[in-house]
Design a protein around this ligand. Structure first.
Ligand code: ATP
Ligand code: ZN
Length: 210
């Protein structure tokens, strides 16, 4: 019998909830320690522990059959995958934020400004849709400190409680997208019987939580 592979985040905000969900589905396996792959002893499935950024491409390319990842990462990597199930955790919003003393008052005030982000693709589409000509500064992390350092006039970053914005003298200004963790599969994978079985188990776990 063939063995499916599901890619989940190795460590970070989605790891614990992803592991918990799969365990609640009755799957028996060890959480990530040092090995990248963990076999499930009671279902033909292997868990791959990866950086979240790599998950959409692994699924698109068929290295993993399934993945659990934030919608934000899927949109940013522009892969072609099937959305199989929203999972109800990892909820956050991608927002443009400005400094508390900023002179930016409406969206059009972003014209000519610089915006630091780790999400240049999503931000680029948002600016285009709103006919804004701003300078996107792509950086790899700690976006929230860039206005304070004089690197950018605004930022575009993930926000959940807003605590990080506040402690950096920033305030949310515009919503770009909202996101949560989703189960993705390769295009067409929804027809696979084993995948259908897993989706059904996930749906009953989610229903029991309601
Ligand atoms: P990795 O090492 O796997 O690349 P990471 O640092 O890119 O991890 P995390 O910070 O662990 O990623 O976030 C993983 C996902 O959790 C995000 O892509 C997003 O979908 C979700 N998330 C939920 N709330 C937040 C938040 N407040 N800030 C950032 N991400 C959040
Ligand atoms: Zn990441």
């Amino acid at each position: 019998m063939k063995t499916l592979k599901i890619a989940i985040q190795k460590s970070g905000r989605l790891n614990e909830k992803s592991v918990e969900l799969l365990k609640n589905c009755g799957l028996s396996f060890e959480n990530y320690k040092s090995s990248l792959i963990s076999p499930v002893s009671n279902f033909p499935l292997e868990i791959l522990f990866l950086r979240d950024d790599d998950i959409p491409e692994y699924v698109q390319d068929g290295i993993a059959d399934l993945g659990i990842v934030g919608e934000n990462v899927i949109q940013e990597t522009e892969v072609k995958v099937s959305y199989l199930q929203k999972l109800g955790f990892g909820k956050c919003s991608l927002k443009v934020a400005i400094t508390n003393n900023s002179d930016i008052e409406q969206l059009s005030d972003l014209n000519g400004k610089s915006i630091a982000t780790t999400y240049p693709v999503i931000l680029g589409k948002f600016l285009q849709k709103n006919s804004i000509d701003a300078d996107i500064r792509t950086i790899s992390g700690s976006v929230e400190i860039s206005p304070g350092l004089g690197l950018a006039d605004a930022i575009c970053d993930l926000v959940s409680t807003g605590g990080t914005l506040k402690s950096n003298g920033l305030k949310a200004f515009a919503d770009v997208m909202s996101s949560e963790a989703v189960l993705i599969g390769r295009k067409g994978s929804e027809n696979d019987i084993l995948i259908q079985e897993l989706i059904q188990r996930i749906q009953s776990v989610l229903r029991a939580k309601e």
